[in-house]
Ligand binder design. Structure first.
Ligand SMILES: Cc1cc2nc3c(=O)[nH]c(=O)nc-3n(C[C@H](O)[C@H](O)[C@H](O)COP(=O)(O)OP(=O)(O)OC[C@H]3O[C@@H](n4cnc5c(N)ncnc54)[C@H](O)[C@@H]3O)c2cc1C
Length: 216
């Protein structure tokens, strides 16, 4: 099956046999979808008010329960502590969860998507081994730091800078980020900064709030 780029699916003709339908879900995917639904109905729907009234401690508690169930590591490969079930299965869990409360949906999406996938897709082997097992199980939470006061849609205009320390062991980061979902309780931050005066943005991960990058 050909991989489509971006919004190409809107304008390109696609043969019927390449269109995914729910009838094609396997038993494992259906089981995961049903247990996500059962959890949301039991633990989230009756507590919707608490999420909407910004009870972040409760959001964190619920995220940990989702981690215990394996729901935070659906798309993380098994070798790094996840379920290795891929994008379609992630979508099945997100589907019901997202319609229930925007607050938990944002925390869940930020953690499993932008908080974890940059490391799954682009991390070094060392970074994957170091960060993914904790992110997949909800022992630690992830956040993604791109937006700045003057850089939203135009992400490349970000002013945050990363400068290699004199001993060459870590980067020193200076700048300002805003609207970072999960920042209040996250441990692992994927952060965009320009390295010295390089023209392109670079991504790095850190596990402490001073945003030092551990590996040069
Ligand atoms: C719930 C929520 C969670 C978020 N979580 C995160 C997070 O975890 N990490 C993070 O880094 N950021 C996060 N953000 C920030 C989000 O990524 C930015 O809001 C987004 O990138 C848009 O940037 P902006 O708000 O500065 O709007 P702007 O970029 O200033 O855009 C304002 C308006 O102008 C339009 N516009 C912009 N450029 C053009 C153009 N060239 N042509 C035509 N129209 C244009 C836009 O469509 C929009 O309507 C979050 C935002 C929300 C609402």
């Amino acid at each position: 099956m050909a991989t489509l780029k971006g919004g190409e699916f809107l304008i390109k003709e696609i043969p019927a046999n390449e269109i995914f339908s729910v009838e094609e879900l396997n038993e494992e995917q259906k089981m995961l979808r049903d247990s996500a639904k059962e959890f949301i109905d039991r633990e989230v729907v009756p507590q919707r008010e608490r999420f909407e009234k910004k009870d972040y401690a409760f959001t964190e508690e619920t995220m940990r329960k989702l981690g215990d169930m394996g729901m935070l590591g659906i798309a993380v490969p098994e070798e790094y502590g996840g379920l290795g079930m891929g994008f379609v299965t992630t979508m099945l869990a997100c589907d019901y969860l997202s319609g229930t409360t925007g607050s938990l949906a944002t925390a869940y999406g930020a953690h499993t998507g932008i908080g974890t996938l940059p490391i799954v897709l682009y991390g070094t082997e060392e970074q994957k081994k170091k960060y993914l097992p904790d992110l997949a199980t909800g022992t630690k939470f992830g956040a993604y730091c791109l937006t700045e006061p003057d850089a939203g849609s135009d992400a490349n205009s970000g002013k945050t800078r990363a400068k290699l320390s004199e001993d060459g062991k870590h980067y020193i980061i200076n700048g300002q980020k805003m609207w970072i979902s999960n920042a209040g309780f996250a441990d692992t931050f994927t952060l965009f900064a320009k390295i010295d005066d390089d023209k392109t943005s670079q991504v790095s991960s850190s596990t402490d709030l001073s945003w030092r990058i551990l590996k040069a």
